[in-house]
Design a protein. Structure first.
Length: 556
């Protein structure tokens, strides 16, 4: 989802000034911030500097500022388009929106936006942007901007001064947090009308809002209530409240929706909430007067703007610890980061059976918010995110051949290349040629016929197991059985282990002769089962007939 802007809060005595950010900045007071966004390796972060009238461009790989772009007066909100091509910056002092060309880091357009524009959010398809403004005369609204023409195409009046906007993943709703007025407005983006206004005594001054990845819930950080509201977007009702430390200012959510991260200005910390239990599980110390926060779905970090120290804290969400601090401009107000599409750099193993079912480890970057893995377009199962650079998945069945493995995250789907190629191998086959030989051993004392039942593997792969049976004449018995052979009535069963391609394994047994054995003695052998698949059934049987004239005369 595109970033949403969230106003920054200072001490309670300053909140009355937040209605007009221009006046707030002019008096030197800190303001509420829009959410800070994580910067994944290979991406670019954009920071609005409220008192610097500029945007700092940060190389997220090195954590250094590579450019400073002059914009309007008192820039506050910032949002990067879903394709990463443009950056929208709301200027509260000059009442307009600066459009930055991300390729050149220059302002390419300026859009009039009425008074005190602050929060800004893109629709998931990037076709529209939503900007919260003051309409004058105490009225508040949301400007709808056509991003292709950079023009305002509609205005939606809302209740309460917009301090944050979030758009549902399907683009159908825009949720507006109204700080002054303590309301949450639900806008139908198809009709640009307010379909619900949510209020509650337990939700005073909502300033930050975020939507769950599945689009079913919204969460608001309520500054004066010192809590977070849970809103069911199907019924547009508050279904839960989570207490946090004093002055919750902003809220963000993990890619899987399992955790919320809330900045608390008075505590100089970030509260981590388990969404399943609606309880705070830990608190992370950050800088002074933290304001905005947003989780980066690409690498499992969260960025927090610290208004009093002009820097951004980078939190590793695996350890819940600050791992870096990036200095920015004068009074950093909001941060957004360009989309980081996933990149696949390796597969292990790089091949597997056409039947699938084997586990494949996928390495790369920006994998933290992986929602789907596909092998040649066929979805994998058991997808597990290990970290931002490693995931595992169970390969699906697929016809033999080489396919590309793609990874889909909140930022898009990985491009294909040589590194993501996976080869489905043909199912192994092993042709067993059944052979049965016999040799008479005659004499007055113990005459018998000696048999050898042979499984010959003609390939192309190794036999892993096989079972051959031999049917004896009525009344005959088998004795002196080789290991792995058993007999029941007139049926002999022999099992075979691994047989290499081109190799053979024989099993011997005897059929004793007696006066009733005179005549033809016929034994028929058959391949009962084998693994892998036997591609040729024409040689699966063998028959041997011996002619017994007397106990001292027989031919086979």
């Amino acid at each position: 989802m595109p970033p949403t802007t969230r106003p920054r809060r200072g001490p309670r005595k300053r909140l009355t000034a937040l209605v007009a950010a221009f006046a707030l900045a002019a008096t030197g007071l800190t303001a509420l911030s829009t959410p800070a966004h994580a910067a994944a390796p290979g991406t670019t972060a954009y920071v609005t500097n409220l008192r610097g009238n500029s945007v700092s461009v940060i190389d997220a790989t090195t954590g250094t500022v590579t450019a400073t772009v002059p914009v309007g007066t008192f820039p506050s909100g910032v949002a990067v388009s879903p394709d990463g091509a443009e950056v929208y910056v709301t200027n509260q002092g000059s009442n307009n929106i600066s459009v930055i060309d991300a390729a050149t880091n220059t302002v390419s357009a300026t859009i009039p936006a009425s008074q005190f524009p602050n929060p800004v959010a893109f629709a998931p398809d990037g076709a529209h942007a939503y900007v919260g403004v003051s309409l004058g005369g105490g009225a508040q609204g949301v400007r709808v901007i056509d991003t292709a023409t950079h023009t305002v195409t509609a205005t939606v009046t809302v209740t309460g001064q917009p301090f944050d906007i979030a758009v549902t993943p399907d683009g159908g709703k825009a949720i507006v947090a109204g700080f002054v007025g303590s309301t949450v407005s639900v806008i139908d983006t198809a009709t640009n009308t307010v379909t619900a206004t949510i209020t509650s005594p337990s939700a005073q001054t909502p300033a930050g809002v975020v939507i769950s990845p599945d689009g079913t819930h919204a969460y608001t950080a309520n500054y004066n209530s010192n809590n977070v509201s849970v809103i069911d977007l199907a019924t547009n009702t508050i279904t839960g409240t989570v207490p946090v430390a004093s002055g919750p200012q902003d809220v963000s959510i993990s890619p899987d929706g399992a955790h919320l991260y809330v900045t608390t200005a008075s505590a100089n910390a970030v509260a981590v909430i388990d969404t399943a239990t609606s309880a705070v599980t830990t608190t992370i110390p950050v800088g002074i007067q933290p304001a905005g926060i947003r989780v980066n779905p690409a690498d499992g970090t969260a960025y927090v703007t610290n208004t009093a120290t002009d820097d951004v804290s980078v939190i590793d969400l695996t350890t819940n610890a600050v791992t870096a601090t990036i200095g920015v401009g004068d009074t950093p107000y909001n941060v957004d980061v360009s989309p980081a599409r996933p990149i696949v750099t390796g597969l292990s193993p790089g091949s597997g059976p056409a039947a699938g079912g084997n586990t494949v480890t996928i390495t790369g970057s920006h994998l933290y918010s992986t929602s789907a893995v596909k092998f040649g377009g066929t979805p994998a199962t058991n997808v597990t995110v290990v970290n931002a650079t490693t995931i595992t998945a169970t390969a699906p069945a697929h016809p033999p051949g080489t396919v590309h493995v793609t990874v889909t995250t909140q930022a898009g789907t990985s491009a294909t290349g040589n590194a993501d190629q996976y080869t489905y191998l043909p199912e192994p086959e092993a042709d067993i040629d059944v052979d049965l030989t016999a040799q008479p051993h005659l004499g007055i004392l113990v005459p018998y016929l000696s048999y050898t039942l042979t499984a010959h593997n003609t390939g192309p792969d190794a036999v892993t197991s096989a079972t051959l049976t031999a049917t004896l004449p009525p009344g005959a018995t088998a004795t002196n059985l080789a290991a792995g052979c058993t007999t029941a009535a007139t049926t002999l069963t022999c099992t075979y282990g691994t047989i290499a391609n081109g190799a053979s394994t024989g099993k011997t047994f005897r059929v004793p002769l007696h006066l009733l054995s005179l005549g033809h003695v016929t034994v028929t052998a058959v391949r009962a089962t084998s693994a892998p698949t036997d591609p040729n059934t024409a040689n699966d049987t063998a028959t041997k007939t011996c002619h017994v004239i007397s106990i001292i005369l027989a031919t086979c």
